[in-house]
Design a protein around this ligand. Structure first.
Ligand SMILES: Nc1ncnc2c1ncn2[C@@H]1O[C@H](COP(=O)(O)OP(=O)(O)OP(=O)(O)O)[C@@H](O)[C@H]1O
Length: 285
């Protein structure tokens, strides 16, 4: 008797697990990790009365790159904006559930969002340097957060952040030029340097390469690979190739639900849920 006859379920291919039904929206895969940097429990977000994401339970491990993928409008950006309370800035937006960082709920009343947003930095889809010099793009936040007291300390911090973002050699002779005078890819690395300068532990990236050409994209991807040694990174991407190149874990979202989480290899080679398989095989975008 073969496996199909014993279980009464149909298998797609010999040796493959049966896929979870399309209609089942409970998250499948490994949502928890042994030593989480951040832990989300039953997170839901409403824009006025409209629920955008629901029941998201997911751990993000120390020094991992986790990719958020899924069709347009499925809630990827909404979810990562919960991780540093950026949604608080949107009128009518309500976040429910719990999000812990190192065991502390970042939605507790006693949490100050200003240092939180330095600890959990964010890089956006379009590079958005301040209308300031390259130097002051980096120095500004560090001064506000009190990380530097004098010019020597500031010089050192600016150089360190630009080196960590792989930009120093390209800009060291023009630090007083406007940040906006750089190319798109350089501007995005400047924004990454700006996030690094305020000593983050987690960096959120919302489609950071979507406005960049393939060469600038490859440079940012290499940078992300280096940054994961020191930071935890959650990245939203529309590119499955990018997710598979840079992330260790992948979370697949669909219509506001977290459908599946797993190692990136498993998600792309052996998904458990029918909806994940439909997406990665291009059945819908
Ligand atoms: N500021 C907002 N006000 C009202 N609704 C919003 C707002 N931001 C997002 N939404 C809605 O929430 C849902 C999820 O949107 P979100 O931008 O998080 O999805 P996404 O997966 O990141 O999409 P995309 O890949 O297109 O960027 C969508 O229905 C969207 O219209």
């Amino acid at each position: 008797m073969n496996q199909e006859q014993t279980t009464g379920r149909s298998f797609r291919r010999p040796g493959r697990h049966p896929l979870v039904d399309r209609t089942e929206r409970t998250t499948v895969g490994q949502t928890t990790v042994e030593n989480p940097k951040m832990s989300c429990r039953d997170v839901a977000v409403y824009y006025d009365s409209k629920k955008a994401i629901s029941n998201i339970t997911l751990d993000i491990g120390y020094n991992e790159v986790i990719a958020m993928i899924g069709p347009s409008g499925c809630g990827k950006s909404t979810f990562i904006r919960c991780l540093n309370r950026m949604n608080d800035t949107i009128e009518g937006c309500l976040v429910t559930g719990q999000i812990f960082m190192d065991g502390k709920n970042i939605y507790d009343n006693d949490v100050d969002v200003v240092p939180l947003r330095a600890q959990v930095g964010m890089v956006f889809q379009k590079p958005n340097p301040f209308p300031k010099s390259i130097y002051n793009n980096i120095a500004y936040g560090a001064r506000i957060h009190g990380f530097v007291q004098n010019r020597d300390e500031t010089d050192e911090l600016v150089e360190g952040a630009l080196k960590n973002a792989g930009l120093w050699s390209e800009v060291k002779d023009r630090l007083e030029m406007p940040g906006t005078s750089l190319s798109g890819g350089q501007q995005q690395r400047l924004c990454i340097a700006r996030a690094i300068a305020v000593n983050p532990e987690v960096i959120l990236m919302d489609e950071p390469c979507s406005s960049l050409d393939p060469i600038a994209t490859a440079i940012i991807e290499e940078l992300i690979d280096e940054l994961k040694q020191n930071y935890t990174i959650a990245i939203v991407t529309h590119s499955m190739q990018q997710a598979s190149r840079i992330s260790q874990r992948t979370a697949y979202f669909h219509q506001g639900d977290l459908i599946e989480v797993g190692s990136t290899d498993q998600i792309f080679l052996n998904p458990l849920h029918q909806l994940t398989e439909d997406y990665i095989t291009g059945r819908f975008e």
